[in-house]
Design a protein around this ligand. Structure first.
Ligand SMILES: Nc1nc2c(ncn2[C@@H]2O[C@H](COP(=O)(O)OP(=O)(O)OP(=O)(O)O)[C@@H](O)[C@H]2O)c(=O)[nH]1
Ligand SMILES: [Mg+2]
Length: 251
């Protein structure tokens, strides 16, 4: 019985990885970088995205897929900051998004009319680490109220992330959180991690974060053009109302 359970799970993961390859190929051909925001609940992913949409909305066409175990609250908050389609995935209990949900969400996104894709994953520092969504990179959002040792307690997430946003730095004067110690723990599990220090509340650090995103868009566009595709070659179906994808699943 146990062996069978493992086999089933392996098939589910293998199917997920196949779909993730498809997502990555589509995004690559379209020259659209995709960032998968992962974190423990409440680190500030949605507020960071709200501020990013506000700051870059005039310059970049940004699409958002946001996952929650229950409710569409985050999608509603984000939809208030952009005229573009925000897609809510309600996972109905699953503690992570998967590649099939992102594939479904992308059906309603015209990649030829998109510069950048954000995926806000379910707030959880364990499950989302195991599920490739076809993203360009995982961005782990780590707020200063969580304690310095999270990177060593949840190493897989920090190892797989390429970027770490240390958020809520406005609260540092009120806490005994040691920023250097937290960064040292993170480097211990992932020496290549690039850090951004932000306060989504006050706007501190948002300029550097947004400049980075603009650079990533330029790089992805250039790579797609060099590969012979380019943004023009990747038009899909556009528009539509907010989509709610329901999925039962396991972590
Ligand atoms: N002081 C301060 N509060 C913040 C900051 N960023 C987010 N918050 C607050 O932290 C709380 C959680 O923020 P969210 O943006 O909902 O966090 P989240 O990571 O999207 O949460 P989940 O999606 O539930 O995992 C809210 O009350 C935010 O206003 C920040 O930089 N500084
Ligand atoms: Mg959120």
């Amino acid at each position: 019985m146990k062996v069978r359970t493992i086999e089933v799970r392996e098939r589910v993961m293998a199917r997920n990885d196949e779909l993730a390859v498809g997502v990555r190929e589509r995004l690559g051909a379209a020259g659209v970088p995709a960032f998968n925001l992962v974190s423990s609940p409440g680190s500030g992913k949605t507020l960071l995205l709200e501020r990013t949409l506000e700051r870059l909305g005039d310059r970049l066409r940004m699409a958002v897929v946001t996952g929650d175990v229950q409710t569409q609250n985050d999608a509603d908050r984000l939809a208030a900051r952009t005229d573009r389609l925000v897609q809510a995935v309600v996972t109905n209990g699953a503690c992570h998004l998967d590649a099939s949900q992102v594939t479904s969400a992308l059906e309603a996104v015209d990649l030829g009319d998109t510069d950048l894709l954000f995926i806000e994953n379910v707030g959880n520092l364990v499950c989302p680490a195991s599920w490739d969504l076809g993203e360009t990179a995982k961005v782990v959002v780590f707020s200063v109220t969580e304690g310095e040792d999270k990177p060593v307690k949840y190493p897989k997430m920090f190892r797989l992330a390429r970027y770490a946003v240390l958020n809520k730095v406005d609260l540092l004067p009120h806490l005994d959180f040691d920023l250097e110690r937290a960064m040292a723990f993170a480097r211990q599990v992932n020496p290549d991690l690039r850090f951004f220090l932000t306060s989504a509340r006050t706007g501190e650090g948002m300029e550097e974060w947004c400049a980075f995103l603009e650079d990533e868009v330029a790089t992805a566009r250039e790579a797609a053009a060099t590969a012979g595709g380019g943004p023009e070659a990747a038009a899909g179906d556009g528009g539509g109302a907010a989509v709610e994808a329901a999925a039962a699943g396991e972590g």
